[in-house]
Design a protein around this ligand. Sequence first.
Ligand code: ADP
Ligand code: MG
Length: 595
Amino acid sequence: MDLAQLLTSLDGRGYGDYKRIRGTHTLPLPGNSGDTALEVDRVQVDPFAPPSLMRVRVDRAQTGIPADLLADRAGRIAAGDFLTRSFSRAVSSRLGSGSTSSRRADRDTPPPIVIGSPGQQVLERTSVVFTDAEVEARITVALPAAGRRIKGRRAASLLCEELPQIVADALIAPLDLDALRAHVTLYRDQLDLREQLTARGLVSFVADGALLPRRSGDSDLPLTDGGVPFRSPDVLRTSFDLPSGRSVEGMGVPEGITVIIGGGYHGKSTLLRAIERGVYPHVAGDGREWVLTRPDAVSIRAEDGRSTASVDISPFINDLPSGADTRTFTTTNASGSTSQAANLIEAVEAGASALLIDEDTSATNFMIRDERMRRLIPAHREPITPFVDRVRALHDERGVSTVLVAGGSGAFFDVADHVIALDAYVPDDVTEQARAIAREEAPAGSDGRPHSQAQPHLQAQPHPSAQPLPQPHFAAAPRVPEAGSLRPADKRKFARARGRAAIQYGRDDIDLTAVLQLVDTAQTQAIAHALERLADSLDAHATLTDAVAAIDRMIAEGGLDALSPHTGHPGHLARPRPQEIAAAVNRYRGLRIRG
Ligand code: ADP
Ligand code: MG
């Protein structure tokens, strides 16, 4: 009995009988174009459970994809992304965006077959993968039901007619191989550029002609009209030669401290947001395809209410009125300033070589303190040493650069290496003017960095020798989580993503709303699995950073599939950065640190 006959024979039976379709089936493709193998890995137990997991495979020869496009990991990632998008389009055009039976819910119900829906970023995914001989697409299928009974005839046409048509549309020659080659070539160029940044002493690159603004506050698509293309200030202009032979020109954001200023609504946050997203390559037509940022750059914001576990925020916060030790700051409810300090310290711990900070989402008292306030509240009554007084040490001691939007205060002029002013979305280098202003206003005898010199109580104690030894501010020891503290309290429920910004972890929820560089629910699901792995793998001595690095290595070596607890279909996962895995661990309210 073939699959179509089996499904038809199940019509009207209890839903649980669908489990009889588990296993491998051969389905003919339309138009004599060969066969596809359908592997049914997991069958949902009822119509309301998560959909069934299936894989379809075709021979690589049937796709016509030239071998050179799949010869390296970058090529396979980009080609997998391309085919995922084309599969998703084929599903929509064959099945519409909703179930055929209910017009009412068309907008809300997903189609019965889902392969994942990539956004503007090209990420490593589990949706479409390549072996030497085959291309495999991983799909979920909501098996059709009438109440709790099997709709066998509908299932037969879905799996045995519509699915092979979709496979043929999406994976079988004639594919648009020119478009595929362009997609792969762009991605390889983008990775190459991103890799060149560090050697060139740059944190980020924003090409001339890039279109940064988005269509709306809740859309990641490019603004359709009225967008002013980016244009680099002359002094920061640089160019890159790329493997395809292409070269791109634009603004290099140098290491060190870069401050973006300009009037309200002149495009500051939009520029910073593009730099923040530049850790990922974007698809052609996005407008940000030539905005690339070091892959470890982390966006930092205030996040009051979050928990922290033994974070050393003492570079910024000391002598809290509660008497809490800020070298091992632990709270269930951080304030604006303490949460921002913790976010920053954790990002540095997780290996960030650049921090991206916007005044719009910062705690003012964390960032600056003005002269009047310094006079009224003596330094020893103020627990906070503002970021402006530490940003230089962060760079000098730890090599961590900062790109900062500060339109409301000139306090950073003293410490900035570069000041970029946006005027009606057009950037200009105003470093010299800003320095001149800072010099004019500096108190007599100052070297032009009054704030960083104005904290005598925080300087090193006088040293017996003539030159006092400077005491490093950012010298925290890496944290070692208590083995077992990452196990969810309730083991019956596994970890799973609930949208982009939340993970259900046992009985707890981990809130990732403020983790802005997490861009895709499939990444969040991957992080959920990473947490389970960490819970099992933490031994008594691994630092958090090393444990996360081990997970990242496992993905690099074994592929993303290795993260999944399932054999066969791994679920729809996309690769997260180690920084976001660490961010999730740090926000887990059960986390305990040894010490
Ligand atoms: P700021 O942070 O300086 O107050 P935003 O970056 O929030 O300004 O931008 C203000 C508005 O201008 C937003 O609606 C944004 O989409 C739009 N915008 C930003 N850059 C451009 C641009 N290059 N061309 C057209 N509109 C832009
Ligand atoms: Mg802004």
